[in-house]
Design a protein around this ligand. Sequence first.
Ligand SMILES: [Zn+2]
Ligand SMILES: [Zn+2]
Length: 361
Amino acid sequence: MDSIAPFVGTDPLKAELHAFLSTHTDTNVLRHFLGTSFPFAPLHLNDCAIVCLNLEWWQKEPHPTTEIGIAELHPTGIFPTVHAENILREIRVAHARVMENAHLLNHFHGSGNPDVFHFGTTKFVCIEEARDVLVNTFVRPSADGTMLQPIIFLAHDADKKFEHVKEKFGLDLLALGTIVKVIDTQTLARQAGILGPKGPSISLPHLVEHFNITPQNLHTAGNDAGYTMITAILSSLKNDLYGHRPLAEAFGRPPAVVGSRNIQCVVEDLMKTNKSLPPPPWGYRLYCTRCDRINHVRSQCFAKVWCEICAHSGNAKLEKACRTHMTERCVYNYQPLPRASPEPKKEELRDEVERSVPESD
Ligand SMILES: [Zn+2]
Ligand SMILES: [Zn+2]
């Protein structure tokens, strides 16, 4: 089922847009902006921007936000060319790393490297500025300046994004009153007959691969936002771009090469274009997660730092590492110190082995 959130804004024009869009599928709403428009659409529908939000947080409690990725498309209603290249190349992506939490790196299987952003230039922001970036993304004037721009909100697993922003930034994005439709790539994939390998919900990497694109460094917010926007467009246009195929092939992958153009090259060209554009006006270009300065990055850092927590931990391994980070950036601000592990003496080891022999019942 499409995600239908109640409209809580006060603007009657947006309420009308919301009511109209809630009667249409996610796929058809996107297709309206991508060349196949609704015949009797409300007047201000074409003022909408499509905004994709992605967030990353540290895997451990209390799950502080580490990154924000925002991909945008300001659709012009043009009909798509091969692989929708003329539409995909209009995607713009911003990537923000939250300075207070940027040192917290995830290590789960498939976790991304936040240093590597393929669709532009990363900026560093403090938590307060991150909140402002979020507000200004969803509350801004429309192109003609006559109203706040109506937003089509796009995400992979949208509900999770709303929940996290509410919990960590105290910000209810839907209550800002500009989001007139919530679109989820998992819904778009289902509507296009694209299934995950393990069930109806598909992961972002699998969806990217379905369209013959090799995902690069996923699980970092900027790249995920870019790939989410790309796959949302390709999923909603799958039949337009690749034809209504015979049933036996309908659920399979579309061709990678159409008219001698490979989709992988289309995506790489989009990355190149975005890399050459000026970065967003907010935030700092450089930030060192080791010493907190804003004129270099961690790999160029020679500052003397010291962690009081690790130095006094009584744990030999941590004591050795106490000059690699500052007290404020120690992960043991969030989690209990591991048990002290001084070099065990021979007789202690023998005792340990004896104790570990299981007792018979
Ligand atoms: Zn430094
Ligand atoms: Zn420490």
